[in-house]
Design a protein around this ligand. Structure first.
Ligand code: CAA
Length: 257
């Protein structure tokens, strides 16, 4: 499969998607969103893939939705086509996902990163929701996921002023899992991805789903759901291999064909 706006490859058990519209700072347009759906769907189906990394260039992860594409649109264009409703491929992925962010992650770029399970940032990363400066509001989760990630105080600050925050501030407020030197970004992101992909895939998918539910369920329901999942994993090869390996003082070998 060849893509116009992405570079997609497989490294061991890790699927890697690089946004590839460098001249437009990887602005997200309809073609890119459609290609992301295709790439994520292929990785989702592939049993040999245990984690997906999404990244951009050193200058930009993505500088937002493509303003040139958006500018002529009307309310009815957006409403009729439910514009951007399916620009949520990382959020829909049942497999763990990592955003490796360097440079600008603005508007839809920040929102794309927030759809991923881990955000690993280079020290030059800049996050923001500048939509208000364009006379609009975030449309891909910037008011909802950002507020859940960083709390009301910081979310209001970013969404209402449109200012950017650097990687250090993003880590301090809980948007980012780790900050690393730019030169190490892909090495660290790939190491994290390989570590996750080496775990039992059903277990990793379950762990991801459980943490996601923490945002959506009341505590008592979340705890019940967690306990059921905990019980259920005792029916998997992963549990047998993981515990047997511990008892035999060896490394576990999950996801064997
Ligand atoms: N859409 C389309 N093109 C974009 C773009 C975007 N979001 N961001 C940057 N570009 C293009 C520029 O138009 C420029 O292209 P040309 O050379 O053809 O003019 C090229 O990328 C380089 O950009 P700049 O010359 O502006 O680079 P800079 O270093 O001076 O500034 C920047 C970088 C601060 C990121 C600036 O480009 C910028 O402010 N971009 C827009 C950021 C933004 O507002 N994002 C939110 C979009 S709305 C949204 O995302 C809605 C949503 O919730 C989904």
């Amino acid at each position: 499969m060849t893509y116009e706006t992405l570079i997609v490859e497989t490294v061991g058990r890790v699927g890697v998607i690089r946004l590839n519209r460098p001249k437009a700072l990887n602005a997200l347009n309809s073609t890119l969103a459609e290609e992301l759906r295709t790439a994520f769907a292929a990785f989702e189906k592939d049993e040999e893939i245990g984690c997906v990394v999404i990244t951009g260039t050193e200058r930009a992860f993505a500088a937002g939705a493509d303003i040139k594409e958006m500018a002529p649109r009307s309310f009815i264009d957006n409403f009729s086509s439910n514009y951007m409703a399916n620009w949520d491929s990382p959020a829909r992925s049942r497999k763990p996902t990592i955003a490796a962010v360097a440079g600008f992650a603005l508007g839809g770029g920040c929102e794309l990163a927030m759809q991923c399970d881990l955000v690993i940032a280079a020290d030059n990363a800049k996050f923001g929701q500048p939509e208000i400066t364009l006379g609009i509001v975030p449309g891909l989760g910037g008011t909802q996921r950002l507020t859940r990630a960083v709390g009301k105080a910081k979310a209001m600050d970013l969404v209402l002023t449109g200012r950017m925050m650097d990687a250090e501030e993003a880590e301090r407020c809980g948007l980012v899992s780790r900050v690393v030197p730019l030169a190490d970004l892909m090495t660290v992101a790939m190491q994290a991805a390989e570590t996750i992909a080496a775990m039992s895939l059903p277990t990793a998918m379950t762990a991801k789903e459980l943490v996601q539910r923490a945002h959506e369920l009341p505590l008592a329901e979340g705890l019940r759901f967690e306990r059921r999942a905990f019980h259920a994993l005792f029916g998997t090869d992963g549990q047998r291999e993981g515990m047997q390996a511990f008892l035999e003082k060896r490394k576990p070998h999950f996801n064997q064909p």
